[in-house]
Design a protein around this ligand. Structure first.
Ligand SMILES: [Zn+2]
Length: 330
């Protein structure tokens, strides 16, 4: 079979279908041919007699000719004229060019219209169930949708929008436009700023400082009392009096340990608040760079991931409420 000639005229998927229809057994004992299995064969340089060795384990290192490679070398090896070419080398190269072109086209398409931008984020306003991405043929074109969870008829909590779907491109556009607005007019900055302010509000800082001062004062007091009790213990000759001071010393010792541990915990909380503050400040800086990139379509997926926590969609009004992510992703 002249595989290369067929790939020149038909897609890998069509060739796989052709082979399946004729009952040709697929390679490696699989159940059927896939577009990818056809592509693997078409991409194999053995078709023009060249053997590559070790390319998978070092994809970024250019292969060296087998005559120049060392036995222990880790670089991939290229062995020209390993076997007689199965097809004319020029034809093999032409097929590679076609496949490269198709791949580049797909990469561009995916970048310009990312599918299911909102997977894991989009949910129904009524039942809060997540909606999922779905492809469905409509006439000759394949369309992508977000679909509402399909309830069973007898489910008690059955939502009225069960099984309904909405076109994915329209949904994505709606959400991107809203995120664009949030970024453009500085609303997002305000939201984050107010979140940060609540976190480090004067009230909570005052309460923190008061608590710390109170504990520090107590620990000081207990230490003074401990000193006095120890001195009194040493001065006394009576075992009964000594026992009562010993009890006081033990109690004060425990109180001081607990007080110091509490102070440590307070300091850790303070560090945590400061850390959150720094993270939010970093997030704000990210946001301002995102604002400049929202127009670039390949960036939209990243922006949605960074900014949007969830999208609540209302089928009744066809409106989406965007819940902004206020904590930076770790
Ligand atoms: Zn619902």
């Amino acid at each position: 079979m002249n595989r290369a000639q067929q790939i020149g005229g038909a897609s890998c998927g069509a060739i796989a279908q052709y082979l399946n229809d004729r009952g040709v057994p697929p390679p490696g004992g699989g159940k059927q041919w896939y577009s990818s299995s056809v592509q693997r064969i078409a991409r194999n340089a053995l078709n023009k007699g060249v053997l590559y060795w070790g390319v998978e384990s070092a994809p970024d290192t250019p292969p060296v000719p087998h005559t120049q490679s060392s036995v222990t070398g880790r670089e991939p090896i290229r062995h020209d004229h390993f076997i007689d070419p199965l097809i004319p080398p020029a034809e093999f190269d032409r097929v590679q060019a076609i496949l490269d072109g198709k791949q580049a086209l797909w990469t561009r398409r995916r970048a310009s219209r990312p599918q299911y931008l909102l997977t894991g984020k989009l949910c129904c306003t009524h039942c809060k169930r997540l909606m999922y991405g779905m492809r469905q043929r409509s006439g000759k074109t394949m369309r992508v949708y977000y679909r509402h969870h399909q309830y069973r008829d007898h489910d008690d909590d059955r939502c009225a929008w069960s099984g309904r779907s909405v076109r994915a491109e329209l949904m994505d556009e709606l959400v991107l436009a809203q995120v664009g607005n949030l970024l453009a007019d500085g609303q997002l900055d305000l939201l984050i700023q107010s979140h940060l302010e609540r976190l480090t509000s004067a009230e909570s800082i005052d309460a923190f400082a008061a608590e710390r001062a109170r504990l520090t004062e107590h620990v000081k007091q207990w230490k003074r009392q401990l000193k006095k009790a120890t001195e009194a213990y040493t001065r006394s000759d009576s075992p009964v009096v000594q026992d009562s001071f010993q009890l006081q010393i033990d109690t004060l010792g425990r109180q001081i340990d607990i007080g110091i541990a509490d102070l440590d915990a307070l300091d850790k909380r303070d560090e945590e608040v400061q850390r959150l503050g720094r993270e939010q400040a970093g997030f704000l800086a990210d946001i301002s760079s995102l604002r400049e990139q929202i127009a670039s379509q390949p960036m939209q997926r990243i922006i949605i991931e960074q900014v949007v926590d969830s999208v609540v969609f209302d089928f009744a009004t066809a409106t989406a409420e965007i819940i902004v992510r206020l904590a930076p992703s770790s």
